[in-house]
Design a protein around this ligand. Sequence first.
Ligand SMILES: [Mg+2]
Length: 396
Amino acid sequence: MKITDLKCAVIGQNPVVRITTDEGIYGYGEAENSKPYLKPHVLFYKQYLIGEDPTNVERVMLKIRRMGSFKPWGSSVSAIEMALWDIAGKAAGVPVYKLLGGKVRDRVRVYNGGVRFPMSGHSPQDYADNMAKMKAAKEGFSIIKAAVGFHSGMTGSVPGFFYGDLQGGPPHSNRGPLTERGLKHVIACVEAMKAVLGDEIGLALDCGPGWMVPDAIRLAKALEPLNVMWLEDLITGDYMPYVLADVYREVTRSTSTPIHTGEQIYLRQNFKELIESHAVNIIGPDPADIGGIAELKWVAEYADLHGILMAPHGIFDGLIGLAALVQVAATLPQNYIAFEYPVARPDWWYSIITGLPDPIVKNSLIDVWDTPGLGVDFIVEEAKKHLSEEDAGFFD
Ligand SMILES: [Mg+2]
């Protein structure tokens, strides 16, 4: 089998990859809906793919993997990798999880990242009210993640939250020492959310990046009695092209509250120090940023050898990304907690994709399906209605 073409269309806001072959089998991959600008970057790799056998996924990846980087520049390579597995699975007539080593579980747990309700403010009561809505969501989530600190609006809306100057611009630009008021505000909001969730539902907290080490340690120690699931990205995180494992280690060694990072990190090599030095308790790579699903599987196995848990990122990965997450999560070792459930935006995405269970999530779990490849496909006639003129030939 040979690759004959690589196409990319921006559908809604998600760059979608389509790889075609000389045997009529095609595969799909998808990048985050926050990255519509990636289309030319995806197409850059076409020159390296034409004529290759897509079922030799690793050999194809060796040609392009070095030509990517930390988020967002590993997304195109990652989406192509997903599409290659989709083809390889279809060619073999098996779901992708079989090619990754087989299922460890029949159902995969998800945590709430994508089901969101507008916040009326950033007071402890606002956080409690918002948590009550997420707790009542039809997906029956057993773990819910909330944004606090520099990952949230409280940075700008709580007067005197930190000693730095408020920065605008790209996501999560703020960083600096917290005031005592700021720290107490974060703790009060977490306590308010825990009062709603009790011990029925786990609470995870996306915190940064941007915290100074002493503040990070104070927060983690103050929250120890609350048994939160994890504190995510205190030091480095989203869109930061570096890890700072030794700084994370200083925080992690000082507290029993689990420390989490990894969503922006590209390739196993960049997880090496984080894992080998036990710098965090939980890692959260995104299959659409780390370099693909096999890369995520490899890192999960290596993390398990070091006593580190897995809670993959995925909030913006869309429905093809969801399929990729389900396939790989089914194969992960027992250090697996849950992956972050993506909600497709705009809503019409649910009317152009076939192959997903209905409802998708029951009691925080998704049944792993057995259809070949990633197991999802476009309803072409419906999907075509949402293609731009430039992408009109995407399904041809
Ligand atoms: Mg995060």
